[in-house]
Each structure stands twice: as C-alpha cells, then as structure tokens.
Design a protein around this ligand. Structure first.
Ligand code: ZN
Ligand code: ZN
Ligand code: FE
Length: 702
C-alpha cells in the first residue's frame, strides 16, 4: 500500500525511523518526503502501522495517515530523494538540545566535544533557520556551510542520529561562535569571564539575542533597557538550583524540564528583587542550547537572561540591530543566520494545567489538524502580543509570538512573518480575518489587502480561540453548550465602547460588567489613580481634587466594561500601587496580597449588567480588599454558570491571574460544572488569531 503521512514528519528523523522499522520487520518498499507530507510505499503489515504510531521519534507528530494507492514493492526498503510538491507539511518548532547531543558535547573523545552548535534529528533549530519547504539543507540558513567528509557520512547514514539533520556541523565545518577575535569554546570562556566580572553580554540564542548578566547587575540593565520594574527571566544551571530558589510543584518541575524548555513563572522563596521586583513570582528556565550548556559549565550562579529588544517588541535577531540597541558590553554570536526570530515561551501552571503567557520557541508554530477542508484564511490577530494564523486545507497554523505592534519596526516584522507563512506553506488567502478595532495597524493592514475581510469582535475571538482548541483536540467538552467569560484589558466592542468584562451565550453578549467612564484617556492605562477616581465618581462618591473633577467632566475619556481596569482600581484602593508598571502588574500585586477564605463583596446582576458593591470595597480596610475582590469575581462566574446551566469557558488576559483561575475552577468543581480554558494556545491576546479563524469558520460568512 501507498500511504501519505501528514503532520510534523520532516526534519525530525521520521524517514530513518520508518526505514529502521521496515528493515527490522523485513518489509519491502520505500519512504520519501513530499511537499505535503511523507509517502511510504510498503507491503501490508498491521504491526508496521501500529509501531509507526507508537514508537515515533520525539519531535515527530502524525496528524493523519491516508491510503493513497497500491504499491508493488520489490526492493529492500530504502529512502528516496525528496520531490518538491505543494508545501503542506507542518513546520517543526525549535527544540532544546537532546541528551545524546549533550553527552557528546561534554565528551573529550567525541569529535563534537565543546562544539557550541551541536544538534541532530532529535533536537536543534528548525523554524528559525528554514527558508522554504521541503525541509532540506539548501532551504535553510545552513546552505552556505559545506559539510566536511565525516559530517557528510553521518548525514547520509540512515542508522545515524545525524541522518538528514539539516543543521549538522562540527568544529571543522559548521558555523563558528565568536566573541571579538575569539572563536569557539574560547569565545564562550571569555563570555563567562565577562559576565562574572559584572558585564552585560549579548548572547545569540536560537531565535534571537538575549541580554545576559548577573542578578546583581539587574539595576544597570534596567537603566540601560529603560525598564523600571518589569521582570527579567532567570536561567539556572540545574533543576536543583531552581528548587533551592523557588517553590515549585510537580507540574512546574515537569514543564521546566520539558524538551521545549519554556520560561515558567513560579513562586520565589525570596530574593530575586533585581530580576522581579515587588512581586512574589519569578520566571525561571534551564539552558536549552549548547551555548548555554557550555556557559553554565563555567558559571554556577543563576543569570538574568532577557530578550534583547525594546520593551515588548519582537526579539532582535541580527547583529546590526543589536549593536544599534547599544546595551550590551560584548556580543557572543554565531555565523548561522536566524531567518525569523522566535522569543522564549512563557508559561505558568494553574489548576494543574500549563497556561501560555507566550507561545513561542519550542511550541510555535503550533499546528492543528482539521478533519475537513477549510478555505484559505489569514488571521492577523490583535495589537498586543500579536500572533498570526493561517488556515488552508486540513490545517490551521498559529505563529509563534510576534510582539506588540506599535511602531514601524514591529509592523514590518509582522508583515514579514505573514509573507513568510504564505510562501512557506504556499497559500494565497481567500479570506482575511482581523479585529474589529478601527485603529489597529493589523486591522488596517487586513483591510488594505482588499480581499474578503471578516472583522471579528475581540472578545468573541477570545472565546472562539478556546472553542477551536476544544474542538480541534477532541476535548471531552467538544460540542457542549457553553457560557463564555471573556475578561481582559481592552478590546473594541460592538457598540464602539471598550469591552473587557463580557459573558457570551451562543455568541450573544448575555452579561457584562457595568461600563464606566474613565477620565484622562490613554494616560489612565498607566496612571491608575485616574481609573480609581473615575470609578469613585461613577458610584457617586466625592473626589476632592479640582483638576481631576474638571478632567472627569470635560476632558478626554473612554467608557469601558474591562475587568482588567477594575484590577487597576482595586490595586490602588488596596494601597498596593498607584502606577501600572507593566501589563499585569496590578494583578500580580493583588494575587500576592490574597489571603484565602470566602469573604467577598455584594454584587448585583440585573438585565445582564454586573455591578459590584464598590462603595463597600472602597470603604473597606485596605488589607481585606484584594482577597474579597478576587472572591467576588469567582462568585460572579459561579453564579452565572449556575443560572445558565452550561459548561464554562474562561478566556482572556484576566485569567492569567493564577489565583483567580484557581479559586474559580475550585468553585466550579464543587458544583460539578464542567469548564475549559485554553492550554495549548495563549489564554491572552496571543490566541486571538486562532479565535478569528475559528469564528470565521464556525460563525462567520464562510
Ligand atoms: Zn540531538
Ligand atoms: Zn563537519
Ligand atoms: Fe484581549
């Protein structure tokens, strides 16, 4: 029979695996790459099909096995050269160094001893080096490097771990790592020395540059990066070192150790005020590329490892932009080019499940298999934490994190990713989905394409991102009636006001927080006293500040039902903050102050409008406010779920709040109310593009 295997099956050691299996079973036939998957021609064998699925190499993922014809296999099983047809094979994400490569990296008798770019078919860069499919060396940024004889032998040996490992290289033939005049291991030794002596060193990671320094240099890095309190991630030498510094549970430990190596935000035991000031959490991760392993063989203290970029913009991937940034004292780089950047993934564990703050290196592009043919759709996402999605045939691909689209550079990068995706997957979108917002650059771009444009309301996209995940992963709640809570910072609503505290039933906005006017316009996003004072005025309390009152009555303002803004006001009423240092800051402070129990404030739900008893909250003892506020939000969700008698979907940036998510889900569990929130895609605006696609498919015009 002739089979077409779809999924992540190229560049992940799939063909040699098939080869070895077929040879072991004594079957005749061949295997070859095609643009749309891997073709296997083989004698009938049940055992082969079973073991094909069971014993897959670590990075491979089968989405579908199609029987496409007969096969008269005569010859012993072999691997045939690839033929270029339509590109539809899922691109593999970049994966951390595997155990075997790691062993060779530190084995003085191995010829790749201390080779800082070692990788094989089971690990190493993929997404960040690929120029076109099929995934062959000439279609990657490894094309300029000529393999030496020994690498060539391994590359052509189906029994080798390096068989068709496109980024294969060694100390002799591969790209070099450099720092100034120094090269290879010497360059890394010098980087370690400089970091020890207090310097900030830029290091080229898999998907872009990091800025690396000792924790004690955090202040200087902050000053240079002009970033006052936003946390930096910390890289540790080992999981034991993380356990010493932080309180981590089994789920967090497993996630930190996973082959994707994300940054996991966990509870610190104290300290790390330089990396994560004021809050009780810190993002931690382990080395994931040979350069970092070598570096940590020379250094034992944890290091600040933060993306080289201007706040929230895409991570910098080329030397020129990095030097223009002017922050690093020295640069450790390598010659292989990064085709497109890919930032570190950031996650938490809540309700014993992984949650994405940022889906990127190791996880993105994230592909979904759809069991029916889709029209080709490009979804451009929102503005913050932008990602894009591409749907065609039986696939939906969600890009890794792109960043906040707020200036020319980030917009250009957004366009580049779209162009790359269209080219690599060979798709011309018939439909473009975007946010309804009139002023998002991403939406403007979509409208200017002139194709069939579908505008998707921001919070519906949040809900439908969750639904997509539920349906495409065959979750047990697939097809259930649900009530969807889309709570976040801001999104443009149907009525032109700013939404962010919405509850949907069958796509209708059934409930929402009572909208209130916020004085000060855009300024209020940072100056949260403007939000707090506006809320006071809204509930009829006096504010003794003539200037504010004037602004409230006559100045710029906006009306919003956003729960995110309520967190800001509550942080101020609780005396925790009067300035939003970075997105999510007030939420983290409120979590830190949470004391448990079930005390809460009264609230009312009338004609779908949710009103909290703000007067009681504002007049309450400051230390009681955070706890009672979070309990109130959870109680509101529980209450509405009971009224609606449906499964609950939670989506939107507010649910990045681990405490709120956990008290809510505990309450729902007690009532036996089934619930779902996204765990394979970001729960925040990073999931919007997926929601746009799925809304267009399921609810939209197509
Ligand atoms: Zn490897
Ligand atoms: Zn070589
Ligand atoms: Fe949002």
């Amino acid at each position: 029979m002739r089979l077409l295997i779809k999924g992540i099956v190229q560049g992940v050691g799939f063909r040699p695996f098939v080869y070895r299996l077929a040879r072991e079973l004594g079957l005749k036939g061949y295997v070859k790459n095609r643009g749309d998957g891997v073709e296997i021609c083989i004698e009938e064998s049940k055992e082969f099909i079973q073991r094909l699925q069971k014993e897959l190499p670590p990075l491979a993922k089968i989405e579908a096995i199609e029987v496409i014809g007969e096969c008269e296999a005569e010859e012993p099983f072999s691997i045939l050269e690839s033929e270029a047809t339509k590109s539809a094979t899922f691109l593999s994400p970049d994966i951390s160094t595997c155990d075997e490569c790691l062993e060779e990296l530190f084995d003085p008798s191995n010829r790749r001893y201390r080779y800082p770019l070692i990788n094989c078919t089971n690990c190493g860069p993929r997404y960040t080096i690929i120029r076109a499919l099929p995934y062959d060396r000439n279609n990657t940024s490894m094309a300029p490097f000529r393999m030496c004889r020994r690498c060539g032998e391994e590359y052509n040996d189906p029994n080798s771990r390096f068989y068709h490992a496109q980024p294969i290289g060694c100390n002799e033939c591969g790209p070099k790592v450099r720092l100034g005049e120094l090269e290879g291991y010497e360059a890394i030794k010098e980087a370690a020395r400089l970091i020890k002596s207090g310097k900030i060193v830029a290091i080229k990671g898999v998907g872009g540059f990091h800025l690396v320094c000792k924790e004690s240099e955090a202040k200087r890095l902050r000053a240079k990066k002009r970033r006052s309190k936003k946390p930096f991630a910390v890289m540790f030498q080992s999981i034991e070192a993380i356990e010493k510094a932080c309180k981590i549970d089994e789920g967090e430990r497993a996630l930190i150790l996973s082959k994707e190596r994300p940054i996991v935000v966990v509870k610190k035991r104290g300290g790390f005020e330089g990396a994560a000031p004021d809050i009780d959490r810190v993002g931690v991760f382990l080395p994931y590329s040979p350069i970092y392993y070598l570096l940590f063989s020379l250094l034992s203290d944890p290091l600040i490892v933060t993306s080289a970029n201007i706040s929230d913009e895409p991570i910098i991937k080329d030397e020129e932009s990095l030097r223009a940034l002017g922050i690093a004292d020295e640069v450790l780089w390598y010659e292989r080019e990064i085709e497109r950047s890919c930032d570190d993934s950031v996650m938490i564990v809540a309700d014993s499940k992984p949650i994405f703050y940022r889906l990127s290196r190791g996880f993105g592009p994230k592909s979904f298999y759809v069991d029916r043919k889709l029209p080709s759709i490009l979804a451009v996402g929102a503005r913050q934490k932008n990602t894009i999605a591409l749907a065609y045939e039986n696939s939906i691909i969600l890009s890794p994190h792109i960043g906040d689209i707020k200036n020319v550079e980030s917009f250009d990068y957004f366009v580049k990713v779209i162009e790359d995706f269209k080219r690599i997957y060979d798709v011309t979108p018939q439909i473009v989905a975007c946010d309804m917002h009139p002023h998002y650059e991403t939406s403007r771009y979509a409208r200017e394409l002139g194709t069939n444009v579908v505008e998707v309301q921001h919070h519906r996209a949040h809900i439908w991102a969750a639904v997509a995940e539920m349906e495409l992963t065959n979750h047990k709640l697939k097809g259930a009636d649900f009530v969807g809570f889309a709570w976040d910072g801001t999104g443009y609503g149907d009525d032109g006001s700013i939404w962010g505290g919405e509850v949907f039933v069958e796509d209708k906005r059934r409930y929402h927080f009572e909208p209130f006017k916020i004085a000060g316009g855009e300024r209020a996003i940072k100056q949260i006293d403007l939000i707090a004072k506006s809320l006071m005025r809204h509930v009829g309390l006096e504010v003794e500040n003539r200037l504010f009152n004037l602004a409230y009555e006559k100045g710029a303002s906006f009306v919003t039902s956003s729960v995110g803004r309520l967190f800001d006001a509550v942080a101020l009423f609780s005396g925790l903050a009067n300035y939003q240092e970075y997105e999510g800051f007030t939420g983290l402070l409120i979590e830190k102050a949470y004391r448990g129990g079930s005390e809460r404030y009264e609230y009312m739900i009338e004609d779908g409008v949710i009103r909290i008893d703000w007067r009681s909250l504002i007049n309450d003892k400051k230390e009681h406010i955070p706890t009672k506020f979070l309990n109130t939000l959870a109680a509101i969700i529980e209450d509405i779920a009971l009224r609606e008698k449906r499964a609950v979907i939670l989506s939107g940036g507010v649910f990045q709040n681990r405490t709120l998510l956990e008290i809510t889900t505990k309450a729902l569990q007690k009532r036996n109310i089934p619930y779902f929130f996204p765990i394979q895609t970001p729960i925040n605006d990073g999931g919007i593009a997926l929601g746009q696609v799925w809304w267009a498919v399921r609810k939209g015009v197509i």
